[in-house]
Design a protein around this ligand. Structure first.
Ligand code: C5P
Length: 235
């Protein structure tokens, strides 16, 4: 059974400049609730850009995929706690201690923030795992890192939608699960390989889907976003 809360749409704001970003948000209009700010815009414009997005009324998913020694990651979480951010990513591969320190900083400084652990990047395949001396299957490694993260108290996971079923079977419906690699029927897959439709991802138990190019590159981004939301509301 999926969570009773409907799956929500997060727009991946993968654009080069703040002008392009705000023009896109203006085109989509205020029916959009969530925006993902990634490394490209954050490294260009910094915390002020996050504040500007939040000042416009959006909820912010800050996708920085933190990965460093426990103290450094905890201090970064402490700094981010001053920003209007609701979801923040970090790499599960940083290890249990890093995850625990990050979660302690979250609890101390920003208890409403939810941390999301990235398990195995969807760009990694098994030959690449082997090159890192990881001999497990991708699914086993995803489950292992998910377990490490949730045991460290992390609130949620980012994973491919194809991993939703095994993760929900193993960990139930409490963890927040966010899935990128979403393509509405008829839209280009781009370079994403392991994709699902919005409806299928929501039905498989995703709490939030992250969608970039199918909206950003649509002739009518507002209509594309509305169509995705309509699909989600049918689940
Ligand atoms: O344009 P598209 O819908 O493919 O964008 C997906 C977004 O989700 C991008 O911002 C990408 O960096 C992010 N993402 C992903 N796969 C992951 C983690 C994040 O595609 N495993």
């Amino acid at each position: 059974m999926p969570d009773q809360n409907p799956c929500k749409l997060i727009l991946a704001l993968d654009l080069e400049t703040r002008e392009e970003a705000f023009a896109m948000l203006d085109r989509i209009g205020d029916s959009l609730e969530w925006v993902k700010v990634g490394l490209q815009l954050f490294t260009a414009y910094g915390p002020d850009f996050v504040r500007e997005i939040a000042d416009r009324g959006y909820k912010v998913f800050l996708d920085l995929k933190l990965f460093d020694i426990p103290n450094t990651v905890a201090k970064a979480v402490q700094s981010i706690s001053k920003l209007p951010v609701e979801l923040l990513t970090l790499h599960a591969s940083g290890g249990g201690e890093m995850l625990e320190w990050a979660n302690k900083a979250r609890a101390d400084y920003s208890p409403n923030l939810n941390l999301l652990a990235v398990t195995v990047l969807t760009s990694m395949d098994e030959p690449q795992l082997r090159s890192l001396n990881v001999h497990a299957t991708t699914e086993a490694q995803v489950k292992h890192l998910a377990s490490l993260s949730l045991n460290a108290g992390i609130q949620g996971l980012v994973c491919s939608s194809l991993e939703l079923a095994p993760l929900r079977a193993r960990f139930g419906y409490e963890p927040i699960i966010v899935t990128p690699g979403i393509r509405p029927k008829g839209s280009s897959a781009d370079e994403q390989k392991r994709i699902m439709t919005p409806h299928a991802a929501a039905a498989a138990g995703s709490n939030y889907i992250v969608v970039g190019r199918p909206i950003l590159k649509a002739d009518d981004p507002a209509a594309a976003a509305a169509a995705i939301r309509a699909e989600l509301s049918e689940v």
